[in-house]
Design a protein around this ligand. Structure first.
Ligand code: HEM
Length: 417
């Protein structure tokens, strides 16, 4: 009986391996994530792999198991991210990206926050797949048109670097990798920490406008909504609070927090959680307008500023001034210098000087406030945590192996053959 079972098992596993090989041969290793996940699972729980017939192990089992494992290992290896993925195919990619960001940053420091935000908006919506960079496609879908993305900038910077990369190694470096590497350089030039990044991401062939509209948290969202939305992507409170440290650089339009100055939650009064002196300062910079008196939008809706999406190829898309909607410098003239990247943001939150509702609430609950306090007083801790969280964000839900494609222009998918 046991011998028969052993034979069946042998036949079953052999057939599986043969079927796997045929599939590989026919489809040129076109495994999708589900198969990869299954293979990983199989490796993690060897007992389940053979359908629970493990009571009697034959020497064949060991051989087949190790063969199966090494196939799985190989597939897994080739479909995961790697350090120095472009070492052979485009060795200068990293350097070109870093050098260009530094050059642009010297002329326009606003490139750094723009790219960091662009990365967040790309990765948060269906993963780091450069879907946010796509222009309108045949189905008239573009994430750029989603309300939270209307004020994104830096598209033209990415496109300019991509065309340089295409001249040197055509069709090799993905826009998704380009964006994560550019954002890392942006963090560095703005005074933030370095973090290592693996590469090998591929670009999506679709954009996710509806998901972007629905899932990018609004600056009016409650802390519970924000934490839930980060947690559903695997970020705990500590990681979430550390990522918010990016709000110590760049700008924000008055539109995004004006209701806090004049009509908080429809009360007709300012948010009591704003420092009084700061409130007066902000009122001068963001004078009352009719739009501030309307009730704040519900969480999750996002809020579009009154400016159009700016990604002109001439201007590097860095202009943020708009007649109707002033901007506030999130860094307050780089308060405390570059070395205070991050910490200055948390210190301001403790002084009730957060600009957006979504920011200030981090001090409103114990599980987030402890991290605000920790980062305000320990810049090394912040830098370490921020680096780790940015690595995690940059690796979120990436496309690898045969999935996706390598675009030649970051704003367009490759035409179908
Ligand atoms: C609940 C989460 C978040 C909300 C609601 C939010 C919202 C906003 C808003 C409304 C602005 C102002 C945009 C403008 O006026 O043009 C902004 C700016 C910015 N955000 Fe966030 N953000 C969030 C999380 C993050 C995260 C996790 C990062 C990065 C890791 C990030 C990076 C930035 C940067 C760098 C800027 C400045 C952009 C610039 O100067 O061009 N944000 N954010």
């Amino acid at each position: 009986m046991m011998r028969n079972l052993g034979n069946y098992k042998f036949a079953f596993v052999t057939c599986s391996v043969i079927a796997l090989s045929i599939y590989v041969a026919l489809y040129g290793l076109r495994f999708d994530n589900a198969i990869l996940r299954a293979l990983r699972l199989a490796r993690k729980s060897p007992d389940n792999r053979t359908g629970g017939w493990d009571s009697e192990k034959s020497p064949f089992d060991e051989d087949l198991n190790s063969m199966y494992m090494s196939i799985a290992e190989e597939i897994d290896q080739s479909y995961s991210l790697h350090y120095d993925f472009y070492r052979e195919s485009c060795p200068s990619a990293d350097k070109i990206i870093a050098k260009t960001i530094r050059e642009i940053y010297n002329a326009r420091p606003s490139v750094a926050p723009a790219l960091i935000r662009l990365l967040f908006h790309d990765c948060f919506v269906e993963g780091c797949d450069a879907s946010v960079l796509l222009d309108v496609d045949e189905s008239l879908t573009t994430e750029k048109g989603a309300a939270p993305n209307l004020s994104l900038k830096g598209f033209d910077v990415i496109e300019a670097i991509k065309s340089e990369l295409e001249n040197i190694c055509p069709g090799i470096v993905s826009c998704a990798d380009l964006l994560v590497l550019a954002a890392r350089e942006a963090v560095l030039v703005a005074g933030g920490p370095f973090y290592p990044l693996e590469t090998g991401r591929r670009d999506s062939v679709v954009a996710f406008r509806e998901i972007a509209d629905r899932e990018l948290p609004s600056p009016q969202a409650s802390l519970s909504v924000i934490l839930a939305s980060f947690s559903s992507r695997g970020f705990n409170e500590r990681e979430t609070v550390s990522l918010f440290g990016a709000h110590s650089i760049g700008i924000t339009h008055c539109t995004f927090f004006k209701d806090r100055l004049y009509n908080f939650s429809g009360t007709g009064k300012p948010d009591p959680e704003i420092n009084t002196g700061f409130l007066q300062e902000l009122k001068t910079k963001c004078p009352f307008s009719a739009s501030a008196s309307s009730p704040s939008p519900s969480p999750g809706t996002g809020l579009a500023p009154t400016l159009p999406a700016s990604h002109s190829s001439q201007s590097y898309g860095m202009s943020s001034e708009n007649g109707n909607d002033a901007v506030i410098d999130l860094s307050y003239n780089n308060e405390g210098g570059d070395e205070n990247f991050g910490t200055r943001y948390y210190r301001r939150l403790l002084q009730k000087k957060g600009l957006m509702y979504s920011d200030q609430q981090l001090t409103g609950r114990e599980e987030t406030e402890i991290w605000v306090r920790a980062y305000a007083s320990d810049s090394m801790l912040f830098r370490k945590d921020f680096a780790m969280a940015m690595m995690k964000l940059s690796n979120y839900h990436v496309l690898t192996g045969p999935l996706g494609q390598i675009r030649t222009s970051c704003s367009k998918v490759l035409p179908r053959k």
